[in-house]
Design a protein around this ligand. Structure first.
Ligand code: FES
Ligand code: FES
Length: 156
């Protein structure tokens, strides 16, 4: 039975029909063509599919799309734009915090949620906030440095 899904995606109201067992990740990428959200493990382990649901990071591979009904979802497409990068995006570039970039969308959204809730986190709090986002390339140090630089207002 089709579910009539209505939610806010990056500030815009979206209406689409979904099957009740479709994940938010699948709906974002396959029905709405928002491919910035990455597909990794599809088991809740890697964080590549992280989006913000009412401001909190969630793994969209585990969230059934109907659960987003009436709620606010932010994907990487809503964080900044090529013409106007979010400070975290700029900092990730400046600090070399992205290599292959596959973890980037989820990592950036987890970091953005942290700084919204806690504008001046400790290094430990930063590491805890991104603990669900796996990165195979950077060793995390540059990612942590970039997030802390933004928290100090040192937007490169
Ligand atoms: S793809 Fe969702 S946690 Fe890995
Ligand atoms: S930059 Fe490659 S997985 Fe993080």
């Amino acid at each position: 039975m089709t579910f009539h899904l209505r939610f806010w995606l990056n500030g815009q109201e979206v209406r689409t029909e979904v099957e009740p067992d479709e994940t938010l990740l699948w709906v974002l990428r396959e029905r709405l063509n928002m491919t910035g959200t990455k597909v990794g493990c599809e088991a809740g382990d890697c964080g590549a599919c992280t989006v913000l649901l009412d401001g909190r990071p969630v793994t969209s591979c585990l969230l059934l799309a109907p659960k987003a009904h009436g709620r606010h979802v932010v994907t990487i497409e809503g964080l900044g734009s090529p013409a106007k990068l979010h400070p975290l995006q700029q900092a990730f570039i400046t600090y070399g915090a992205l290599q292959c970039g596959f973890c980037g969308p989820g990592m950036l959204l987890s970091a953005a949620a942290l700084l919204t809730q806690n504008p001046h986190p400790t290094e430990r709090e930063v590491r805890e906030a991104i603990a669900g986002n796996l990165c195979r390339c950077t060793g995390y140090q540059k990612i942590v440095q970039a997030i802390l630089a933004v928290s100090r207002g040192e937007v490169p």
